[in-house]
Design a protein around this ligand. Sequence first.
Ligand code: 9MR
Length: 461
Amino acid sequence: MVKRTPVLRAPGTAGPAPRSRTRRALVLGASAVLALTGVTGLSSPASAASSLDEAAAAKGRYFGTAVAANRLSEGDYVSTLNNEFNSATAENEMKWDAIQGSRGSFNFAAGDRVVNHARNQGMQVRGHTLVWHSQLPGWVGNLGAGELRSEMRNHINRVMGHYRGKIAAWDVVNEAFQDGSSGARRNSPFQSKLGNGYIEEAFRMAREADPNTKLCYNDYNTDGINAKSNAVYAMVRDFKARGVPIDCVGFQSHFNSASPVPGDYQANLQRFADLGVEVQITELDIEGSGSSQATSYANVVKACLAVSRCTGITVWGVTDKYSWRSGGTPLLFDGNYNKKPAYHSVLSALGGSGGDDGGGGGGGACTVSYSKAEEWGDRFNGRVTVRAGSSAISGWRTTVTVTSPQKISATWNGTPSWDGSGNVMTMRGGQLAAGASTTFGFTVMTNGNTSPPSIGTCTTS
Ligand code: 9MR
């Protein structure tokens, strides 16, 4: 239960110049807090990133998620998305049936919601997907070859044209190969009417439609070295040899006990990278829980980091409850948006702080993580989760720094105190068992400045 303390209005003196709104300044912000407060004995280095996107960025990678437009009205969904990810893929909203369900009638509304949200948050966007056998409206399958070719070009032109300048990479063709040992093409209207050349045609059309975005081939069960990935590999090698435009290969990476992370995952990524394309992990999810799920996730991250042309990782959803495989709890946040052991192992593998390899609880004495909660026209609520590491602690403190003219007007679930500027609040709390967490909150009156606060590192007492 959230308990609100009476309004605690700090003295209003001039603070530092307003920063840009990006919360990606949190890491630097932590150093600023140190300078202001002279706090010593911190549990983790101020330079270690405390969110997935910042940790990935420090390694030169992005960390993304699939986003569903109809979840963007849910506060916890949005705050988790905004706090942890710097790349978004529309889970369904840019597929052919969503955009051009009826021939010639284009509807970009849902896709635009995802793209606008992402761009407003400074995230990049992956485009998914232009040519795919699934989620393809019936009218496409009824066309003859000539019309199908011109409709494929028209769809690519219209969709890529609409999003020109806003998409970092497009999945031009998705899932064009069969599973199993044949290495054969999957049957589809494109395959059966246009023949083997349709993939090349689609990539050439895409380059013409937008020469400034990356063009990817994306597939599943191609994560290890097997007949299917060999077939994709041969296609990419041929494209590169003949100058067919292709920039990247997406490895969906949907894993479970029947299809675990392959032992040759890194080697497979590397052999594609060696063809001169970027490799991206595009739809990662791993069914399971606890430390075994955490270890598998860490292995995927480590494989990507070991391949210099592996430019980023996208997980296929924010929270288990909305996953396409929700029964398998395959994501990094549970249904209540709590960070799972897999989250901590991913953060740790990315070199961030507050992570561990799945034991529940960071290795350090305590860690903090911030998320934005409710938002109104003149104020927003912030939430900080404080988590004990692998040992119990008898008390903790951290700082919240806001940017003048912002003011913290209320707090709950902790004991606050203030520095002379009124911009730095120190929050204190009591004991926590090993790995346990607690959450405190506060309201920031924006006074016109919506920058996120900077959260200091966690100190035990
Ligand atoms: O996650 C998507 C789910 O909501 C849809 O119902 C499904 C329909 O085909 O597509 C899911 O996303 C798929 C992605 O677009 C391509 N690779 C496999 C993904 C999981 O099925």
